[in-house]
Design a protein around this ligand. Structure first.
Ligand code: SF4
Length: 226
């Protein structure tokens, strides 16, 4: 690295650490997502939750089953820098779901949505009030989508997060000070609160990059492969 590049990098790192410090300080005002329910009604368009919009879906060959999956299970390019474990996706798990004829709903990557691809300090950013507000939009959209599939009589098989992630971890997450440990990521924690608030009993499990068979075993128990 030449002298000019070195100076530029030093300036970037200094700015970054100031930004992290500022976020950490203002984190004191962070809170979890409020339990408000957005109004999804659209005038002149019979919509969400109205009986005239409940349709009969038996006229074609669709399976009537969907599963919600963490974004990076289908797109590793959304991963934080240097942590993609596959070139593109979790082939083993997705092969199974494809054979089971369950439609995949790829959840938006909460970190990319709230903090961008070049993010560097996820928990601090997501726990910040501004991060939480953005996360709320994402979660409200997911709740809406889940409710609509259920309202229309389809089966929501489950929600699959990503173990070890500071956002999408279900049983294992990442903490800034101590690294990997037991616990939930910020997105999953807030999503579960909203599921509960809306009385949505949808199972949430996590897939670990190199233990995809565990998620497959869970799906096998649900007998989705017909
Ligand atoms: S684990 Fe979640 S937050 Fe992290 S890259 Fe995957 S979808 Fe995005």
């Amino acid at each position: 690295m030449n002298r000019k590049n070195l100076e530029t990098r030093r300036r970037f790192l200094k700015k970054s650490s100031i930004a992290v410090g500022a976020l950490t300080l203002s984190n004191a005002c962070s809170g979890s997502i409020p339990n408000s329910d957005p109004d999804y009604s659209i005038p002149e368009n019979g919509f969400h939750g109205k009986s005239e919009n409940r349709r009969d879906w038996s006229g074609d060959i669709r399976s009537g089953k969907v599963i919600f999956i963490a974004h990076c299970v289908l797109n590793q390019n959304a991963r934080m820098v240097n942590v993609a474990d596959f070139p593109a996706m979790h082939d083993q798990l997705l092969d199974y779901i494809q054979k089971a004829q369950v439609g995949i709903i790829q959840m938006t990557c909460p970190e990319t949505y709230c903090l961008g691809l070049g993010r560097f300090d996820v928990r601090v950013g997501l726990e910040h009030q501004a991060g939480m507000e953005r996360l709320q939009r994402l979660i409200d959209d997911l709740i809406f989508t889940i409710q609509e599939y259920l309202f229309q009589g389809m089966e929501v098989v489950g929600i699959i997060g990503k173990e070890g992630s500071p956002s999408c971890g279900v049983n294992q997450t990442w903490y800034n000070d101590s690294g990997h440990g037991d616990g939930q990521g910020v997105f999953i924690r807030e999503l579960k609160k909203k599921l509960k608030h809306n009385k949505l009993d949808i199972p949430v499990i996590g897939v670990a990059d190199h233990k995809q068979n565990e998620a497959i075993e869970w799906l096998e128990k649900k007998q989705i492969l017909t």
